[in-house]
Design a protein around this ligand. Structure first.
Ligand code: IPE
Ligand code: IPE
Ligand code: MG
Length: 238
């Protein structure tokens, strides 16, 4: 194995392929989501052990409401169960739980479990685990623009003072670093409205492996590829 030079501080993952994993085995799609939770646990624990600064997981997009009522309901129930059951994982690994997305549109009982978990973990000092829930990159930019426009109107911010940093301070991710590594499982080569602003200079890593099969070994592969990348940010390396 190649010697690892450096680890990403922030890893973002588009956890895709649950449905296809299930279909391939003759199961209902939802079985794939259940199996996917096991990968979430393994990858979260692994990243925390490696002292990764932040892990952001795309769990439910603005567009995922388009799915059948049965599947959406299942995902919401599963999310609630996950939040309750994973409190131990969060505690044991000193994880701080955060979210991005329009949380206010999630079922009330899910919101309740979320706030309990976030409150319980807020004084932890390890990795940030950020769940993207009812998240959309375009919506995030629209919401940030509304907030900024409001403050310009009130005279709190001057139009001529707006720069990248000002704009970022109105995003859901205002207090977070940008992802260094973006992983997508499931074989699709697209970003599907995930962190559009924040991935500007992220290293992209795609695998055809379905999310339920993405484990420690696959994470190691992504990390050793990442370590070999030369990040120039538009500049030059001497
Ligand atoms: C990702 O798996 C999980 C969510 C989007 C909630 P999918 O459900 O999209 O699985 P595929 O892509 O249909 O296989
Ligand atoms: C992206 O996967 C969203 C999540 C992983 C939560 P999708 O399955 O929704 O993306 P598309 O529809 O293939 O682009
Ligand atoms: Mg999918």
């Amino acid at each position: 194995m190649t010697k690892r030079k450096r680890l990403p501080n922030h890893i973002a993952i588009i956890m895709d392929g649950n449905g296809r994993w299930a279909r391939q085995r003759g199961f209902m799609r939802v079985r794939g989501h259940e199996e996917g939770v096991k990968s979430v646990r393994e990858i979260t624990t692994e990243c925390a052990k490696k002292h990764i600064g932040q892990l952001t997981l795309y769990a439910f997009s603005n567009e995922n409401w388009k799915r059948s009522k049965t599947e959406v309901n299942f995902l919401m129930r599963m999310l609630k169960k996950y939040l309750i059951e994973e409190r131990k994982t969060i505690r044991d690994n000193d994880i701080i739980l955060k979210t991005i997305g329009r949380i206010e549109a999630l079922p009330k009982d899910v919101q309740k479990e979320l706030s309990i978990s976030m409150e319980e973990s807020k004084n932890n000092t390890g990795m940030i685990l950020c769940l993207a829930l009812n998240y959309g990159g375009r919506t995030e930019i629209v919401d940030a623009t509304k907030g900024l426009a409001r403050d310009v109107k009130k005279g709190i911010v001057k139009l001529q003072d707006i720069d990248d940093a000002t704009f970022k301070s109105y995003m859901y991710t205002s207090d977070m670093s940008d992802p260094d590594l973006l992983i997508r499982t499931g074989g699709e080569m697209r970003v599907s409205n995930f962190l559009l602003w924040e991935v500007s200079y992220a290293e992209l890593w795609f695998t055809s492996v379905y999310w339920p099969e993405f484990k420690k070994k696959q994470l190691e592969d992504a990390l050793s590829d990442y370590a070999k990348r030369e990040r120039r940010f538009g500049g030059l390396i001497e």
